[in-house]
Design a protein around this ligand. Sequence first.
Ligand SMILES: NC(=O)c1ccc[n+]([C@@H]2O[C@H](COP(=O)([O-])OP(=O)(O)OC[C@H]3O[C@@H](n4cnc5c(N)ncnc54)[C@H](OP(=O)(O)O)[C@@H]3O)[C@@H](O)[C@H]2O)c1
Length: 316
Amino acid sequence: MKAKTVLITGANSGIGKAAAIKFAREGYYVIMACRNLEKGRLVQRHIIEITKNSQVDLLALDVASLDSIRRFCAEYEKKYDQLDILIHNAAYLQHGVKEYQFSQDHIELSFATNVVGPFFLTYLLRGMLEKSENPKILNACTVSIRHYFIKKRKIEFDNLQGEFKDSRPYNTYKKYGDSKMALLLLTFKMAEVMGKSGIKVNALQIPAIRISKDTRSQFKSVWRLSAEIQNAFGAKPETVANTYFDICTSEALNHLSGKLINNKLEVMKPSYYTHSFIQIIKQLIDMHVYPRYADDADNIESVWEVCSKMTQADFR
Ligand SMILES: NC(=O)c1ccc[n+]([C@@H]2O[C@H](COP(=O)([O-])OP(=O)(O)OC[C@H]3O[C@@H](n4cnc5c(N)ncnc54)[C@H](OP(=O)(O)O)[C@@H]3O)[C@@H](O)[C@H]2O)c1
């Protein structure tokens, strides 16, 4: 029987690497989509060695670049005839950065990497997914979206290309949180649009996890210290990799689409709490609910429209 294919972006470190190992161990044909091929090759070799699964491929992808996504998809289509599971795992968060960062398409880098890239990659690969018997997409979200329990928190839709870079200081965490909330909004719309072709789309709310050595080494000293603290308490990337695997392959979760799922594999719902101080605290610790901001049809449409405009993609 032919092995099922799984494509994981950012599969050369952290959770992505652990997920590539997990799927390879389970007999999947793993396609690692990485921008750093040198590092990727080492990881690819390591995965093949420890899993004894030789079906681990490495393809070049800078998910923050529309051109790179186009090249990647052309190469993918030449080599493969279908795609079973697509995991949007790669993300940009550069601790301590204070200057606006842009992609080569002049999109703020968190938004380009964490939202527009996954949107466009999904768009170009939808034909490949449609050929699978049971296609799945998984988006890597984060507990940072819980900041949207604060009512005034909103995605800066008017500043996605640095329109206000001279008057609004750059906050890398705000941009990261905005981008992950946008990815969640995309999840809901993607599930609706792609559901017509039988493609199921979900998102995972990932808690604080141990940060990989490679990523830590890029931090400035004070952030390296905070990463050490996170690593002392955070779970191992392998726990999230197992959750990726379960969401994408488990029979019990097979019917799910358009859902945010927590790290205990529970389906989350929009919050029913009010905005009083006590209720906000309760919401923060209730891991079964997410901010109502994500349940707003206008917000969902706004992200979809912005991504469609930036990529010229038309899913119809
Ligand atoms: N770790 C946590 O505590 C945590 C918590 C919540 C959510 N998450 C989410 O979980 C996912 C994985 O996080 P992680 O902790 O495993 O991160 P990580 O170790 O820093 O790995 C991130 C991966 O993304 C890749 N990447 C970044 N920009 C890219 C681009 N433009 N094109 C292609 N690949 C790119 C990196 O590649 P390079 O090696 O080339 O840099 C790396 O392989 C992310 O979506 C993150 O937001 C993590």
